[in-house]
Design a protein. Structure first.
Length: 475
């Protein structure tokens, strides 16, 4: 009798399945509980305007074309209304819908909308206040809801180098992405992202921050905000910067009430103390701020400050680096009485001073009659497409201009506008308009407003050491 054995073919074993009951081999904590709790209050911010918000922003490399794959999408001209679209991040700070983001995320936007957490219902939002010099903006969701999730704000003065931090945002359009790192350094003030000057006091982190992260929260291990993600170093991988949240706290009341930050000032332009000249000034180190110019009629002149003085302390706070002084003076408050400790002719000197109102406060930031970005579809654009501020002492130092030069500094030129085609560029100084001397941004705005549509605007501009002529027909 013939017996046949049944042979059952078995598939080869290609892997070993993990035992779900295994205990962890390392005691590495997960950030998942933190993310799950805080992510519902993180916003994806969408903008529409006459120029792409992130392309004009601080955290992108120079020279990217509008269709560059690094830009958050969709980003480009709209066939119907020629609007440009950008994307960033933000986070809720009050139950009734106030949220923080970056100034450069919403700069020039005519429409703002948001996603909240993982909800893909698009909600309108409005710009409440913004400050270009610190890159902070306050927005509010247009809603009657009063129970929005919020993220608490920490005391960023207590953040230490080496502390773990978590960044949440929408890098390259990848919404609600999370990265983990540490605080790499504090007090980074010598940063000018995309060449834009400001009053920065950045926290540096190696938590990944990329285009689209702008405006999102940098969180500590307790789930509280220590900073607003703002900028990346395009030349260095893994180097990002965040605005410390304590700086933002000081600004919030003014942003909410006035739409801008009311900054105080001393009325001087300054420069660092070089180690070669420090001994000759009576200093034992390079600490302090060397006064280069005293603004005529300003608080410093009234207090007796002279060019060549070295300010070593501001109201009891040591000035370790020159770029600390504008931050200290700007936050102290208009009409506040302070004491400056100086070194003059190698001798210590103490001067009382009443802080004044920074010229930017009266400039109203953007000259609204010139910008007028929001218009009905198909309607003619009534503006000339520039934004201006009154030229101040800081501008003169940065642009290496004569200390007595007055005018209106161009801060932004809208692509496709009459000013754009006339060749006007940011940091051009308008000194004469239609034969009239221009001393302030307000004077230039008034001249433009008084010029009838269809008439020529003839401008003399200071650009570096050259004077140039520009002419355009007012729309």
């Amino acid at each position: 009798m013939l017996h046949l054995a049944l042979v059952v073919a078995t598939a080869p074993v290609l892997w070993t399945e993990a035992d779900p009951k295994l205990k962890p081999l390392l005691s590495a904590p997960s950030v998942a509980p933190l993310v799950e709790k805080m992510e519902p209050a993180v916003l994806v911010v969408f903008t529409e305007g006459q120029g792409p918000a992130e392309l004009a922003g601080r955290d992108l490399p120079e020279g990217l074309p509008p269709d560059h794959p690094a830009l958050p999408g969709p980003l480009g001209p709209d066939d119907d209304d020629d609007l440009m679209r950008g994307q960033g991040a933000g986070f809720l700070i009050t139950r009734d819908g106030y949220a923080l983001t970056n100034h450069h995320v919403v700069e020039g936007a005519t429409h703002i909308s948001v996603f909240v957490g993982d909800d893909r219902s698009e909600l309108d939002a409005s710009l409440v206040g913004s400050d270009e010099k610190t890159d902070v903006a306050l927005i509010k969701i247009t809603s009657e809801r009063t129970d929005w999730p919020v993220i608490p704000l920490a005391d960023s003065d207590n953040v230490r180098v080496g502390d773990y931090v978590v960044a949440i945002g929408s890098p390259f359009g990848l919404e609600q992405s999370v990265s983990l790192g540490i605080v790499s350094a504090r007090g980074r003030r010598d940063i000018a992202p995309s060449g834009r000057q400001g009053l920065y006091d950045f926290l540096q982190t190696d938590a990944s921050i990329n285009p689209g992260n702008s405006g999102g929260p940098l969180l500590d291990i307790y789930g509280s905000v220590v900073g607003i993600n703002s900028a990346v170093n395009a030349a260095g991988s893994g180097i990002g910067f965040a605005i410390p949240i304590n700086m933002v706290k000081r600004m919030l009341p003014s942003l909410q009430k006035n739409g801008r930050y009311e900054r105080s000032w001393i009325g001087v332009s300054i420069q660092p103390v070089d180690q070669d000249v420090a001994p000759g000034l009576g200093l034992t180190s390079t600490r302090g701020a060397l006064v280069r110019e005293v603004v005529s009629g300003g608080p410093a002149e009234k207090a007796g400050v002279l060019p060549g003085d070295v300010i070593v302390s501001f109201d009891g706070h040591p000035v370790r680096e020159a770029n600390e002084l504008p931050l200290l003076a700007g936050d102290a408050g208009v009409d506040t009485a302070v004491t400056l400790a100086l070194v003059r002719d190698k001798k210590p000197l103490s001067l009382p001073l009443i802080l004044g109102s920074h010229p930017d406060n009266s400039a109203q930031k953007l000259a609204a009659p010139l910008l007028e970005l929001k218009k009905a579809k198909g309607a003619p654009d009534p503006s000339i497409g520039v934004s201006v501020l009154t030229l101040d002492g800081d501008d003169r130092v940065r642009l290496e201009l004569p200390k007595d030069l007055k005018g209106a500094r161009v801060t932004k030129v809208r692509p496709g506008s009459v000013s754009f085609f006339a060749g006007i560029a940011p940091d051009d100084i308008v000194i004469v308009a239609n034969g009239k001397r221009v001393n302030t941004g307000e004077e230039f705005a008034a001249i433009v407003k008084a010029t009838p549509a269809g008439e020529l605007l003839k401008l003399s501009l200071r650009r570096g050491s050259s004077t140039i002529f520009a002419v355009m027909k007012k729309p």
